[in-house]
Design a protein around this ligand. Structure first.
Ligand SMILES: O=C(O)CCC(=O)C(=O)O
Ligand SMILES: [Fe+2]
Length: 316
């Protein structure tokens, strides 16, 4: 079993039967490995290239310039994080990655901002490179649209109305994360990772990666399979909300990153998380039959509760 590649052409241009066929492929991927590539997704390559160029320019800046927009320990999780800030796998060393996060702008008096929810608030931008902000905003808008399409197809794949997930996303917490991985150190052990093994916390992730490779996905048989870069595609994976919503039918798989680039280059990726509304209640969707081996049993919880727990676990 390898990670499937799904061509979105018929979902974007064809009639209902075209969308149905794409949704069928998503169902198979979601029930088996929880990961798939998408091609012909409608996002211009130039827009993706520009995002990568601007991110690289940002990460190559001096430490002080990056620290000037550092993520604060209180308030929304927006801004720059240095290497070692997060430990995605508690059994491993801290992650060898730098990151920059931004998201939808929420005003200071928005109820979710006042409640201190981690994904809601104002962005922090480096003031002297406006092109960086512009690229992130354009990319964020394109991802918001693509994510909307994918969530519709995901609903259709479960025989639900296409707008089903809208009811869980009245106040979106979408986050864009730019990642910059140093070369894998020569002196390392089996617990050294760019990003330690983890499942994503939300609903659906859209990942663009450079040509280096290094992302690995744990398949059903426990084997780690490389999610090698395929030019012009995104890697899509399902996060923790989905197994619970689908009674264990759809999977949220473990994955990890090791930058083993032979020429000791940095590895770059750009990740868009669709994490849903922090006050949405997550419980099995009424009328959906449980999977035979549903291991997701858990009292209903809100998106925000799950996120807060994950932030505590991985930031120590
Ligand atoms: O950089 C990658 O390829 C994966 C990053 C990732 O898994 C994450 O940020 O959740
Ligand atoms: Fe991830």
């Amino acid at each position: 079993m390898t990670i499937p590649l799904i061509d979105l052409t018929d979902a974007l241009t064809a009639d209902a039967s075209g969308r149905e066929q794409v949704a069928d492929q998503i169902r198979v991927a979601a029930e088996t490995c929880g990961f798939f590539y998408i091609s012909n997704h409608g996002v211009p390559q130039a827009l993706i290239d520009r995002q990568f160029e601007e991110a690289e320019r940002f990460f190559k800046r001096p430490k002080e310039a990056k620290q000037a927009v550092a993520l604060q320990s209180h308030g929304p999780m927006r801004g720059y994080e240095a290497i070692g800030s997060q430990t995605l796998d508690s059994a491993a060393h801290a992650d060898l990655k730098e990151s920059f996060q931004c998201g939808r702008e929420y005003a200071a008096d928005h109820p979710y901002v006042l409640k201190g929810y981690s994904s809601y608030g104002a962005n922090v931008w480096p003031s002297d490179i406006p092109e960086f902000q512009k690229a992130c905003e354009c990319y964020f808008d394109a991802m918001t649209r693509l994510s909307g399409t994918l969530m519709q197809l995901l609903a259709r794949s479960l025989d639900l109305p296409e707008d089903y997930f809208g009811r869980l996303n009245a106040c979106p917490s979408d986050t864009l994360r730019l990642l910059w991985y140093p070369p894998h150190p020569a002196r390392s052990d089996a617990r050294t990772f760019g990003a330690g093994a983890h499942t994503d916390w939300g609903a659906l992730t859209i990942l663009a990666q450079d040509a280096n490779g290094g992302l690995e996905v744990q398949m059903q048989d426990g084997r780690w399979a490389p999610a090698d870069p395929i030019h012009g595609t995104f890697v899509i994976n399902l996060g923790d909300m989905i197994p619970r919503l689908t009674h264990g039918r759809y999977r949220s798989n473990l994955h990890r990153v090791i930058n083993k680039n032979a020429e000791a280059r940095h590895r770059q990726s750009v990740v868009f998380f669709t994490d849903l509304d922090f006050e949405a209640l997550i419980e099995p969707i009424a009328g959906l039959a449980a999977a035979q081996h549903d291991q997701t049993d858990r009292a209903p919880f809100t998106v925000g509760e799950h996120m807060a727990q994950k932030v505590r676990e991985t930031y120590g």
